[in-house]
Design a protein around this ligand. Structure first.
Ligand code: NAP
Length: 528
């Protein structure tokens, strides 16, 4: 497979030159455009990809779990086969360093393999059997439930994870595992990376003998493509990671369709970190160092970045503030993903610095595409009086809030919007810290998708028990996760079969249970 980037989309398994406006990728490290020209698709080409996805759906979902697992493994193999060309292009298009992108490629591949394992294990269909009770009054019919894919899924790649949350990232892997064809809108910040990965997926589709409509990649810049894609009648669900305004626009478009569809958008989170007094006294300096590392990782461009730190006012919190500012001071400005994201970061810093009652503990020198760390401090009372302080600043900036007492700290948490994560720094053996944590937990459970103790929120394990979600605006639907095997549930819906003869039942609901998958029979989990 050639690694030459040609500026093309992929529709029906073929490279296609878009009929729309040309645009170029941008290297934020060198501050210059990079070739070749990419050609945006037009509305007819978006529609063609969607129609092909709709036509491929029944054949694709009829494949066995093992066939789809082999396909996901093949996608992973094809991504690895792209070799260094993929990493180098992603470095140029994002400003992210090699080690980070190599790690992200590993994560992307492992994510695909995790879904392949889930399919081979088989319980993802959540098979349930309520056997017939003919002698009951009234008689109960034979009822059998399994989950099936919802249909073609539109995926919007994220700017900050050009591999793991992009063309063959978590949304795509989950949808393909569920038996749903995928139409990806490539993020305009990394179109070359997208084209390379898209070609790897198309090659896997070809090698596995699947219908070409199972996957399409749409290149372009501007909101028209995404809007047309979400409104196309063949599309049945949307996966998105990006800005709050983008997520809201797509939710509105999806809701305005004659047939509204679900949008799983991950948008905005400031990830509060609570410093409980015992932990602050025992290891405030260590927490400050860990916090600084978490805040500045990847120039702060993580959805789980710790943008808000809460503690009780006093000498321990003052020492923490000083130690955190000192740990952040030597961190040089780093290249941000796009000029737009860097500009938004700098405006966010300015706006927060200008709020009444906010003091800058550290202001790094951000400018151009470079973002430097900043740390601000305010009081619980000032924060509670000013909603603007809780806006996400996407980048390495954080706000430390010194609260009068635990009641005020709880009030600050109560006032927050939904979050992806909340972190408790506490001493495991300290009864006062544990009692305080017990008071906070009911609020945190209502507000966030993942509660951590004694760590930092950056670093999201891809696994079975992970939740990367949370109430709005962390996500558009707090019942879901976009990371880990739970992510497949977004693209499934239940179907019940009542009194169907064995010959017509899907294999997972038939007797005997030939694959020995876990099923819930008359209420009890069994492999029989
Ligand atoms: P974005 O502007 O929301 O773009 C994401 C994708 O959605 C792109 O493909 C974009 O198209 C498309 N899009 C955006 N608005 C749209 C609309 N109104 N209608 C149709 N399609 C639309 O996100 P971004 O460029 O990645 O980052 C911008 C900001 O998002 C950041 O400054 C940050 O605040 C936030 N962000 C948050 C997270 C998070 O995980 N919470 C992650 C990344 C970014 P184009 O490619 O044509 O622009």
């Amino acid at each position: 497979m050639s690694n030459n980037i040609q500026g093309l989309s992929l529709i029906g398994g073929q490279p296609v030159r878009g009929n729309g406006k040309p645009f170029q990728a941008f290297d934020p490290g060198r501050n210059e455009a990079i070739g070749p020209d990419f050609h945006a698709v037009d509305a007819a080409q978006v529609a063609e990809a969607c129609v092909l996805a709709g036509a491929a759906f029944d054949a694709y979902r009829a494949t066995s779990d093992h066939e789809r697992a082999d396909f996901l493994d093949q996608v992973a193999a094809q991504i690895l086969a792209l070799g260094d060309a993929l990493v180098e292009r992603a470095m140029a298009e994002t400003g992210l360093p090699r080690a980070r992108l190599e790690g992200e490629r590993g994560r992307t591949v492992n994510q695909l393999k995790l879904f392949a394992e889930l399919l081979r294990e088989g319980s993802w269909q959540d098979a349930r059997i309520d056997t017939a009770l003919p002698t009951r009054t009234p008689p109960r019919p034979d009822l059998r439930l399994r989950f099936v894919g919802v249909g073609p899924v539109a995926v919007f790649g994220a700017s900050n994870f050009p591999l793991a949350f992009s063309v063959a990232g978590g949304d795509t892997a989950a949808a393909l595992a569920a038996g749903c064809p995928v139409v990806v809108k490539a993020h305009s910040a990394h179109p070359g990376t997208s084209e390379l990965v898209g070609r790897a997926v198309v090659e896997a589709v070809r090698q596995c003998g699947l219908p070409a409509g199972v996957f399409a990649l749409l290149t372009g810049s501007g909101h028209g493509i995404g809007d047309t894609l979400v409104r196309h009648p063949a599309i049945q669900a949307v996966g998105f990671t990006g800005s709050r305004s983008g997520g809201l626009a797509l939710m509105a478009a999806a809701a305005a369709r004659p047939q509204p569809i679900p949008v799983y958008a991950e948008m905005s989170s400031i990830n509060p970190v609570v410093l409980l007094p015992g932990a602050l006294t025992a290891r405030g300096a260590d927490i400050a160092t860990g916090f600084a590392a978490s805040l500045t990782m990847g120039v702060g461009q993580f959805c789980t970045n710790p943008g808000l730190v809460l503690g009780l006012a006093g000498p321990d919190l003052d020492r923490f503030a000083q130690a955190a500012a000192e740990a952040l001071k030597p961190v040089a400005a780093g290249t941000m993903l796009t000029p737009g994201i860097a500009g938004a970061y700098q405006r966010g810093e300015e706006q927060l610095a200008g709020q009444p009652g906010v003091e800058a503990l550290l202001r790094g020198e951000s400018g151009g595409c470079q973002g430097a760390p900043s740390l601000f401090r305010t009081t619980g009372a000032a924060f509670l009086a000013n909603h603007a302080m809780s806006a996400e600043i996407f980048g390495p900036a954080s706000l430390l809030v010194a609260c009068r007492d635990l009641d005020e700290l709880l009030a600050v948490l109560e006032g927050l919007e939904g979050q992806l994560t909340a972190t408790l720094q506490l001493q495991d053996e300290d009864e006062a810290d544990l009692a305080a944590a017990r008071r906070l937990l009911p609020t945190l459970e209502r507000k966030v998708g993942r509660i951590l103790a004694n760590g930092f929120p950056t670093g999201v394990e891809v696994s079975t028990a992970m939740v990367h979600g949370g109430p709005f605006p962390a996500t558009s639907d707090g019942r879901s996760s976009s990371v880990g095997t739970a992510a497949i549930q977004r693209f499934l819906r239940p179907v019940c079969y009542q009194n169907l003869p064995r010959a017509l039942l899907p294999p997972v609901l038939r007797e005997p249970n030939e694959r020995g998958v876990w099923r819930r029979r008359d209420g009890a989990l069994t492999r029989n």
